[in-house]
Write a protein that binds this ligand. Structure first.
Ligand code: ZN
Ligand code: ZN
Length: 345
């Protein structure tokens, strides 16, 4: 079969590899579509890459092709999404429904294995996966549903953890309207009563945000924080979702968050901020809670699929063939992909 692999640090190739053999609890999925994420770009540019010949792709949807002998959860031909948090299912956090911070498979600073960032992912004609990590898609088209596994799941988790601040009358800010941000905006619209401000450096992405119902859009520049504060009578935004995480967006997020606000860092752009634990010099308002948001729970994943089935959220997809996959990497890196790039094997 054909697969897009990272062969070694910095080297991506589309090449022939064997179709995976499945164990008794696994399923062979015929990939219908697989999303391309900024994490894949990070992987491409890591100076060292520890897993030679790994198939990329953590936003995978497809059809059940073949069942391991003990699999009863799904049936052949069924359309499925691959849940990307490969948690243990039995530790205390997992039992409490916090499988994205699994104790056994992730630990304190790690994360549970994610297909395409460790185990082989979905940028291939076929992918093997344990049956218990599959979510039925019902009537959703698996060609375009793959991004629900990350671009949908991750903002769903971030928004669900801030629902208490997102009452009617509140203000939510979405920074970065790329793959995750354009889904986060729609999830906010579908599940909360907040006024939504979208911020990006690209006018094209702000246009997309307006099409998805953003109440206000601002191009990011030196005036952005002042504009958000002016809109909120200098109180700030009740929830800020930073889907970028570079220094200017982290600065913006911390400068516009309201007292008791929900500050959610999702993008992994290597920005940072300093917390001062005193009453006089601290620039962080009282009561702000900060979450370094990772992935999402199984429940978040189910909710994303249900919102998509109702047509309340949808992924803006730009399709590429698997053979053109490396071009898709180049386009995403150049900022030329509105919404999400999806590779179709
Ligand atoms: Zn991702
Ligand atoms: Zn666990």
């Amino acid at each position: 079969m054909r697969a897009l692999q990272i062969e070694s640090a910095g080297v991506l190739k589309v090449k022939d590899v064997p179709v995976p053999e499945i164990d008794s609890d696994e399923v062979l999925v015929k990939v219908a579509g697989v999303g391309l994420c900024h994490s894949d770009i990070h992987v491409r540019h890591m100076p060292e890459w520890p897993i030679p010949n790994m198939t990329l792709g953590h936003e995978t949807a497809g059809y059940v092709e073949k069942l391991g002998e003990n699999v009863t959860e799904v049936t052949e031909g069924q359309a499925v999404l691959v849940y990307l948090v490969w948690a243990c299912g039995v530790c205390r956090p997992c039992i409490e429904g916090r499988d994205n911070v699994c104790a056994n498979n992730g630990g304190r600073l790690g994360m549970p294995p994610c297909p395409g960032l460790g185990p082989d992912g979905g940028m291939a004609e076929y992918m093997k996966v344990k049956a218990r990590y599959l979510e039925p898609l019902g009537d959703l088209d698996p060609v375009t549903a793959g991004p629900l596994a990350d671009a949908g799941l991750t903002p769903m988790h971030a928004v669900n953890g801030a629902q208490h601040r997102l009452t009617p009358g509140s203000t939510a800010v979405v920074i970065g309207l790329g793959g995750l941000g354009h889904m986060g905006l729609q999830i906010l619209k579908a599940t909360t009563g907040a006024r939504i401000i979208a911020i990006d450096s690209s006018e094209q992405k702000l246009e997309l945000a307006r099409n998805h119902g953003a109440d206000e859009t601002f191009i990011s520049d030196g005036e952005t924080a002042a504009k958000v504060l002016a809109l909120t009578d200098d109180y700030g935004a009740d929830a800020v979702f930073d889907f970028v995480g570079v220094q200017p967006t982290v600065d913006l997020a911390t400068n516009i968050i309201a007292p008791d606000g929900a500050l959610r860092f999702v993008g992994l752009g290597e920005g940072s901020f300093t917390y001062a634990a005193d009453a006089l010099t601290s620039t962080l308002p009282w009561g702000v809670d900060v979450r370094r948001s990772y992935g999402g729970t199984r429940s978040d994943q189910r909710q994303v699929i249900e919102l998509a089935k109702l047509g309340k959220i949808s992924v803006d997809v730009k399709q590429y063939s698997l053979e053109d996959g490396i071009q898709a990497f180049d386009d995403l890196e150049a900022g030329n992909v509105p919404g999400r790039a999806v590779l179709v094997p």
